[in-house]
Design a protein around this ligand. Structure first.
Ligand code: 13P
Length: 249
Protein backbone atom coordinates (compact mmCIF):
# COMPACT_ATOMS: atom_id res chain seq x y z
CA UNK A 1 0.00 0.00 0.00
CA UNK A 2 1.67 3.25 -1.09
CA UNK A 3 1.34 6.08 1.38
CA UNK A 4 0.01 9.39 0.10
CA UNK A 5 2.46 12.28 -0.30
CA UNK A 6 3.62 13.63 3.08
CA UNK A 7 2.26 16.99 4.21
CA UNK A 8 4.15 19.66 6.10
CA UNK A 9 1.68 22.21 7.42
CA UNK A 10 2.47 25.38 9.34
CA UNK A 11 -0.04 26.49 11.99
CA UNK A 12 0.54 30.17 12.65
CA UNK A 13 -2.06 30.14 15.46
CA UNK A 14 -2.94 33.73 16.50
CA UNK A 15 0.19 35.20 14.97
CA UNK A 16 0.59 37.15 11.77
CA UNK A 17 0.00 40.60 10.34
CA UNK A 18 0.40 41.81 6.79
CA UNK A 19 4.21 41.87 7.22
CA UNK A 20 4.20 38.12 7.84
CA UNK A 21 3.22 37.55 4.23
CA UNK A 22 6.89 38.13 3.39
CA UNK A 23 7.86 35.01 5.36
CA UNK A 24 5.29 33.00 3.43
CA UNK A 25 6.49 34.43 0.13
CA UNK A 26 10.05 33.39 1.02
CA UNK A 27 8.84 29.85 1.75
CA UNK A 28 6.97 29.73 -1.56
CA UNK A 29 9.97 31.02 -3.52
CA UNK A 30 12.20 28.31 -2.08
CA UNK A 31 9.57 25.63 -2.69
CA UNK A 32 9.18 26.75 -6.30
CA UNK A 33 12.93 26.82 -6.84
CA UNK A 34 13.40 23.33 -5.39
CA UNK A 35 10.13 21.37 -5.21
CA UNK A 36 10.25 19.30 -2.01
CA UNK A 37 9.15 15.70 -1.52
CA UNK A 38 6.28 16.88 0.69
CA UNK A 39 3.21 18.99 0.04
CA UNK A 40 3.50 22.28 1.92
CA UNK A 41 0.70 24.31 3.49
CA UNK A 42 0.47 27.41 5.68
CA UNK A 43 -2.53 27.98 7.94
CA UNK A 44 -2.57 31.68 8.94
CA UNK A 45 -5.20 33.40 11.09
CA UNK A 46 -8.53 33.89 9.28
CA UNK A 47 -7.74 37.55 8.59
CA UNK A 48 -4.82 36.55 6.36
CA UNK A 49 -6.29 33.56 4.51
CA UNK A 50 -7.41 35.57 1.50
CA UNK A 51 -4.27 37.70 1.25
CA UNK A 52 -2.03 34.66 1.66
CA UNK A 53 -3.98 32.70 -0.94
CA UNK A 54 -3.53 35.60 -3.37
CA UNK A 55 0.16 35.93 -2.54
CA UNK A 56 0.86 32.22 -2.93
CA UNK A 57 -1.47 31.42 -5.83
CA UNK A 58 0.27 29.14 -8.32
CA UNK A 59 3.35 28.55 -6.16
CA UNK A 60 2.36 25.08 -4.96
CA UNK A 61 2.17 26.17 -1.31
CA UNK A 62 -1.39 25.62 -0.11
CA UNK A 63 -3.33 27.75 2.35
CA UNK A 64 -5.50 26.49 5.19
CA UNK A 65 -7.75 27.76 7.95
CA UNK A 66 -7.30 26.92 11.63
CA UNK A 67 -10.94 26.15 12.48
CA UNK A 68 -14.41 26.46 11.01
CA UNK A 69 -17.98 26.33 12.19
CA UNK A 70 -20.09 23.29 11.23
CA UNK A 71 -22.93 25.44 9.82
CA UNK A 72 -22.41 27.08 6.44
CA UNK A 73 -23.89 30.48 7.43
CA UNK A 74 -26.15 32.11 10.00
CA UNK A 75 -26.33 34.09 13.23
CA UNK A 76 -23.01 32.95 14.72
CA UNK A 77 -21.19 36.16 15.59
CA UNK A 78 -17.44 35.93 15.22
CA UNK A 79 -17.37 32.52 13.56
CA UNK A 80 -16.12 31.49 10.13
CA UNK A 81 -17.66 28.73 7.99
CA UNK A 82 -15.91 26.17 5.84
CA UNK A 83 -17.51 27.74 2.77
CA UNK A 84 -16.03 31.12 3.73
CA UNK A 85 -12.56 29.59 3.96
CA UNK A 86 -12.93 27.98 0.54
CA UNK A 87 -14.24 31.27 -0.83
CA UNK A 88 -11.17 33.04 0.58
CA UNK A 89 -8.84 30.63 -1.21
CA UNK A 90 -8.12 27.95 1.41
CA UNK A 91 -7.88 24.30 0.45
CA UNK A 92 -7.36 22.84 3.92
CA UNK A 93 -8.52 23.43 7.49
CA UNK A 94 -7.09 22.37 10.86
CA UNK A 95 -9.83 21.02 13.13
CA UNK A 96 -9.97 19.88 16.75
CA UNK A 97 -6.64 21.42 17.73
CA UNK A 98 -6.04 20.82 21.44
CA UNK A 99 -6.05 24.58 22.01
CA UNK A 100 -9.66 24.56 20.80
CA UNK A 101 -10.62 21.32 22.51
CA UNK A 102 -9.27 22.73 25.82
CA UNK A 103 -10.15 26.41 25.40
CA UNK A 104 -13.58 26.09 23.80
CA UNK A 105 -14.73 22.69 25.03
CA UNK A 106 -14.75 21.19 21.55
CA UNK A 107 -15.87 17.56 21.71
CA UNK A 108 -15.16 14.74 19.27
CA UNK A 109 -18.75 15.02 18.00
CA UNK A 110 -18.32 18.73 17.28
CA UNK A 111 -15.00 18.14 15.53
CA UNK A 112 -16.67 15.42 13.42
CA UNK A 113 -19.44 17.86 12.46
CA UNK A 114 -16.82 20.44 11.47
CA UNK A 115 -14.96 17.80 9.43
CA UNK A 116 -18.25 17.06 7.64
CA UNK A 117 -18.61 20.79 6.92
CA UNK A 118 -15.05 20.90 5.57
CA UNK A 119 -15.85 18.02 3.24
CA UNK A 120 -19.06 19.78 2.11
CA UNK A 121 -17.00 22.87 1.24
CA UNK A 122 -14.27 20.90 -0.57
CA UNK A 123 -11.69 21.59 2.16
CA UNK A 124 -9.24 18.90 3.28
CA UNK A 125 -9.49 18.62 7.07
CA UNK A 126 -6.43 18.03 9.26
CA UNK A 127 -8.00 16.55 12.37
CA UNK A 128 -5.91 16.85 15.53
CA UNK A 129 -5.77 14.36 18.39
CA UNK A 130 -3.47 13.97 21.39
CA UNK A 131 -3.21 13.14 25.06
CA UNK A 132 -2.43 15.45 27.98
CA UNK A 133 0.52 14.81 30.27
CA UNK A 134 -1.82 13.47 32.99
CA UNK A 135 -3.42 11.06 30.51
CA UNK A 136 0.00 9.79 29.40
CA UNK A 137 1.15 9.36 32.99
CA UNK A 138 -2.02 7.41 33.74
CA UNK A 139 -1.20 5.02 30.86
CA UNK A 140 -4.26 6.13 28.88
CA UNK A 141 -2.54 7.55 25.77
CA UNK A 142 -3.65 4.92 23.25
CA UNK A 143 -7.21 4.80 24.58
CA UNK A 144 -7.56 8.58 24.46
CA UNK A 145 -6.03 9.04 21.03
CA UNK A 146 -7.81 6.14 19.31
CA UNK A 147 -11.10 7.27 20.89
CA UNK A 148 -10.56 10.78 19.51
CA UNK A 149 -9.83 9.38 16.04
CA UNK A 150 -12.96 7.21 16.08
CA UNK A 151 -15.14 10.07 17.32
CA UNK A 152 -13.77 12.95 15.27
CA UNK A 153 -13.84 11.55 11.73
CA UNK A 154 -17.24 11.28 10.02
CA UNK A 155 -17.92 8.41 7.60
CA UNK A 156 -18.34 10.89 4.77
CA UNK A 157 -14.53 11.29 4.68
CA UNK A 158 -14.18 7.76 3.26
CA UNK A 159 -12.11 7.98 0.07
CA UNK A 160 -11.77 11.77 0.46
CA UNK A 161 -8.61 13.77 1.18
CA UNK A 162 -7.97 14.26 4.90
CA UNK A 163 -5.14 13.94 7.40
CA UNK A 164 -4.85 13.19 11.09
CA UNK A 165 -2.33 15.07 13.25
CA UNK A 166 -1.05 13.45 16.44
CA UNK A 167 -0.14 16.32 18.75
CA UNK A 168 0.60 15.32 22.35
CA UNK A 169 -0.68 18.30 24.35
CA UNK A 170 2.41 18.28 26.60
CA UNK A 171 4.72 18.58 23.56
CA UNK A 172 3.05 21.69 22.10
CA UNK A 173 5.15 24.81 22.51
CA UNK A 174 7.22 23.22 25.27
CA UNK A 175 10.34 22.07 23.43
CA UNK A 176 9.56 18.54 24.67
CA UNK A 177 9.00 15.72 22.18
CA UNK A 178 8.03 12.10 22.73
CA UNK A 179 10.66 9.43 22.07
CA UNK A 180 10.72 7.87 18.60
CA UNK A 181 9.20 4.70 20.11
CA UNK A 182 6.35 6.69 21.67
CA UNK A 183 5.57 8.46 18.38
CA UNK A 184 5.62 5.18 16.41
CA UNK A 185 3.43 3.44 18.97
CA UNK A 186 0.73 6.10 18.74
CA UNK A 187 0.94 6.48 14.96
CA UNK A 188 0.60 2.71 14.49
CA UNK A 189 -2.45 2.69 16.76
CA UNK A 190 -3.98 5.56 14.76
CA UNK A 191 -3.22 3.71 11.51
CA UNK A 192 -5.01 0.61 12.78
CA UNK A 193 -8.14 2.61 13.58
CA UNK A 194 -8.03 4.47 10.25
CA UNK A 195 -7.70 1.21 8.34
CA UNK A 196 -10.60 -0.32 10.27
CA UNK A 197 -12.73 2.78 9.58
CA UNK A 198 -11.79 3.57 5.99
CA UNK A 199 -10.17 0.43 4.53
CA UNK A 200 -7.40 0.93 1.94
CA UNK A 201 -7.85 4.70 2.03
CA UNK A 202 -7.36 4.70 5.79
CA UNK A 203 -4.16 2.72 5.29
CA UNK A 204 -2.74 5.53 3.14
CA UNK A 205 -3.88 8.88 4.59
CA UNK A 206 -1.07 10.95 6.10
CA UNK A 207 -0.71 10.89 9.88
CA UNK A 208 1.21 14.04 10.82
CA UNK A 209 3.18 14.49 14.02
CA UNK A 210 2.98 17.87 15.77
CA UNK A 211 4.55 19.27 18.93
CA UNK A 212 7.90 21.11 19.10
CA UNK A 213 8.98 20.09 15.59
CA UNK A 214 12.02 22.11 14.53
CA UNK A 215 14.73 21.82 11.87
CA UNK A 216 17.00 19.92 14.27
CA UNK A 217 14.54 17.11 15.04
CA UNK A 218 12.40 17.05 11.88
CA UNK A 219 14.53 14.57 9.93
CA UNK A 220 14.46 11.98 12.69
CA UNK A 221 10.72 12.37 13.32
CA UNK A 222 9.73 12.37 9.65
CA UNK A 223 11.58 9.10 9.03
CA UNK A 224 9.59 7.22 11.67
CA UNK A 225 7.16 4.50 10.68
CA UNK A 226 3.69 5.83 9.82
CA UNK A 227 4.72 9.48 10.19
CA UNK A 228 3.40 11.17 7.03
CA UNK A 229 4.36 14.75 7.73
CA UNK A 230 4.33 17.41 10.42
CA UNK A 231 2.05 20.08 11.84
CA UNK A 232 4.37 22.87 12.89
CA UNK A 233 3.57 25.75 15.23
CA UNK A 234 6.32 28.12 16.38
CA UNK A 235 8.89 26.97 13.84
CA UNK A 236 6.54 27.77 10.94
CA UNK A 237 6.59 31.50 11.65
CA UNK A 238 10.06 32.08 10.23
CA UNK A 239 10.76 31.03 6.65
CA UNK A 240 14.26 29.76 7.43
CA UNK A 241 13.05 27.42 10.19
CA UNK A 242 10.03 26.20 8.26
CA UNK A 243 12.17 25.53 5.18
CA UNK A 244 14.59 23.54 7.32
CA UNK A 245 11.68 21.26 8.26
CA UNK A 246 10.32 21.09 4.69
CA UNK A 247 13.74 20.09 3.39
CA UNK A 248 14.00 17.32 5.99
CA UNK A 249 10.86 15.61 4.62
P1 13P B 1 4.67 23.98 18.31
O1 13P B 1 5.32 23.49 17.03
O2 13P B 1 4.88 25.43 18.56
O3 13P B 1 5.01 23.09 19.47
O4 13P B 1 3.07 23.83 18.08
C1 13P B 1 2.58 22.63 17.60
C2 13P B 1 1.16 22.84 17.24
O5 13P B 1 0.29 23.01 18.09
C3 13P B 1 0.82 22.85 15.79
O6 13P B 1 -0.56 22.78 15.60
Amino acid sequence: MTALRPLIAGNWKMNGLELSLDEARAVAAAVEARPPAARVAICPPATLVHRLAEALGGTGVEVGGQDCRAESSGAFTGDVSAEMLTDAGASLVILGHSERRAGYGETDALVAAKAGAAHRAALEPIVCVGETRAEREAGRTLDIVTGQVRGSLPEVLGGKPFAVAYEPVWAIGTGLTPTSEQIEEVHMAIREVLTAMFGDHGARVPILYGGSVKPSNAGEILRLRDVGGALVGGASLKAADFLGIIEAA
